[in-house]
Design a protein around this ligand. Structure first.
Ligand code: NOJ
Length: 572
């Protein structure tokens, strides 16, 4: 297996609580996943990214870990986990564990010990600070600095017993670990080696660029334009991040005697920094998971939703394609457990749902990078229906609702934004069939099933070769079979066109032309040098025609096509 096997791989993300429930308690579990491995294998993917299954109070659905070396009883046992790994390996699937080490749960033994006293041996494992000088500890404004948490409110919580504050960039039940402390790093590396020995094939590392902080934790600058709730609450320079990741690589990844995949989830990472993180010579991570393109419909924060404009999306993705063309690697995704469903967000989840979902898939999968499919994306699952705030489960959404309404925003307005952008849209149960609860559980699901499961479900699509599911299988096969998809260079065409997404990929004498209409109207195509594609071969499309006008002069609403040609003469 080549060292960089993940360059031609496709990742499938399983969010365990919403994937498949075997024991009927309404929450998905490991045995549920085991029961669906044939489905995942039939898609043709290479890697499964498993969102956290560690013991957790579930304040943030498992992204608040209270024991790094066990499985939460809600999901099963370590022996279920071992069986999952073995059965995945039997099917040629690799397992990528979610690793959440920027913070622990406040119920982790490390934090429980840390909070006992200022003199605890683990005090320095977390970020404890006294109140701001000249203030009364515990009162508003006394927090050590002005950082906000990503989940609303201050990033500091006051601990009455020891009269200091601890830092939490996420909820107050997710205290940040102090990576400056070498003992913390050693314990984390030990734990990672333990999972590798148990059979896992890599890690998706949660907000891993946040582990290095400016140690004097300065106030962030507050600009005039800023409003409360800004989602980027602190300075993004992270002085020791490359050093920490290199150290981790040498301590954990390099000695492992197998082909791993290491992904760094890095909100706010720049292209230049991504090159450094993923340059193989620097031994840090294999690829970044960045967010720039998820910001194209975002104003000053994620709840300030601005209209989607295709040129901004193209500009962002093209910028990353160019920036990593010579060195480095990126992840490609539209969806994960933190994003609303893409067919609702950037596509048309009404009349052209299937066609637009196929076009979104086609365009993404033909970029350079490693594509990720989030459970249900391959079925064209959509955002769901939330009647009121009680239908939401996500801490980020609920906290935002509480904060925004307490500041005077009408609840109807806040709800409207949540309905579109809430992470819970991604977390409704996987739609397996048209029986009760979409075949996800025999019990009462922990979050409502999307009412459209009778129409959108895996069983129906498995029987229909024209379905989304089959389209995704074809896209994955193209990446595996055509080196140009994984390795070819990328050239964006028609950058300013508001409706058409067009680009070429080229490797040696093979060139692909990818075309996608991102609108519900027919579009005229103005592809440069289009005559040269006359004798090309149509590899995949999403609109059936008796006769194709190759090369096309028009695309039907949400139509997409992939062409291939051999280049016989030397060109530029
Ligand atoms: C990123 C994860 O993807 C998200 O779900 C989580 O809430 C935060 N990190 C905190 O761990």
């Amino acid at each position: 297996m080549s060292e960089q096997w993940w360059k031609s791989a496709v990742v499938y993300q399983v969010y365990p609580r919403s994937f498949a429930d075997a024991d009927g308690d309404g929450t998905g579990d490991l045995r549920g996943i085991i029961g669906r491995l044939d489905y995942i294998a039939a898609l043709g993917v290479d890697v499964v990214w498993l969102s956290p299954v560690y013991p957790s109070p579930m304040d943030d659905n498992g992204y608040d870990v209270s024991d790094y070396q066990n499985i939460d009883p809600l999901f099963g046992t370590l022996s279920d986990f071992d069986e999952l790994v073995a059965k995945m390996h039997e099917r040629g699937l690799k397992l990528m564990m979610d690793l959440v080490v920027n913070h622990t749960s406040d119920e982790h033994a490390w934090f429980e010990e840390s909070r006992t006293s200022k003199y605890s041996a683990k005090r320095d494992w977390y970020w404890w600070r006294p109140a701001r000088p000249g203030t009364t500890p515990g009162e508003r404004g006394a927090e050590p600095n002005n950082w906000d948490s990503f989940f609303s409110g201050s990033a500091w919580t006051y601990d009455k017993d020891t009269q200091e504050y601890y830092l939490h960039l996420f909820s107050k039940k997710q205290p940040d670990l102090n990576w400056e402390n070498p003992e913390v790093r050693e314990h984390v590396y030990d734990m990672m080696r333990w999972w590798l020995d148990r059979g896992v094939d890599g890690f998706r590392m949660d907000v891993i660029n946040f582990i290095s902080k400016i140690t004097d934790l300065p106030d962030r600058l507050v600009s005039q334009a800023e409003v409360p709730g800004d989602g980027t609450p602190y300075d993004f320079s992270r002085p020791r991040i490359h050093e920490f990741l290199h150290e981790m690589n040498k301590a954990v990844f390099a000695p492992a005697d197998k082909a791993l995949v290491i992904v760094g989830e890095m909100p706010g990472v720049t292209v230049d920094d991504a090159v450094l993180f993923t340059d193989p010579a620097r031994c840090e991570v294999d690829m970044v998971f960045e967010f720039e393109h998820m910001g194209v419909d975002r104003g000053h924060d994620k709840w300030d939703i601005v209209p989607f404009a295709l040129p901004s999306l193209k500009a962002s993705l093209a910028h990353w394609q160019r920036g990593l063309a010579e060195c480095g690697w990126n992840s490609l995704y539209w969806n994960n457990h933190d994003q609303p469903r893409v067919v609702t967000r950037f596509g048309d989840d009404g009349e052209f749902r299937v066609r637009s979902a196929k076009t979104l898939g086609t365009v993404l999968h033909m970029h350079r990078g490693t594509p990720y499919i989030y459970q249900g994306e391959e079925l064209g699952m959509t955002n769901t229906v939330f009647e009121d705030i009680d239908d939401f489960r996500d801490i980020e959404s609920i906290n935002h609702f509480t904060e925004a309404t307490s500041l005077g925003e009408p609840s109807a307005d806040v709800l409207e934004k949540l309905r579109f952008m809430s992470r819970d849209n991604a977390r409704t149960p996987m739609q397996w069939d048209d029986t009760a609860h979409a075949g996800f559980t025999k019990g009462e699901p922990w979050i409502g099933v999307n009412p459209n499961y009778k129409v959108i479900n895996a069983d129906a699509q498995a029987l229909d070769e024209d379905s989304m599911l089959w389209h995704y299988r074809r896209l994955i096969r193209l990446r595996h079979e055509l080196p140009v998809v994984a390795h070819g260079n990328f050239t964006m065409l028609l950058e300013d066109d508001p409706c058409v997404y067009a680009f070429t990929r080229r490797l040696g004498d093979t060139e692909l032309l990818v075309l996608g209409n991102f609108s519900s109207q027919q579009q005229h195509l103005d592809v440069p040098d289009v005559e040269s594609w006359l004798a090309s071969e149509l590899l995949l499309g999403n609109v059936f025609r008796e006769k194709y006008d190759d090369p096309p002069s028009h695309l039907a609403p949400w139509e997409s096509r992939i062409y291939r040609r051999r280049i016989h003469r030397r060109e530029g």
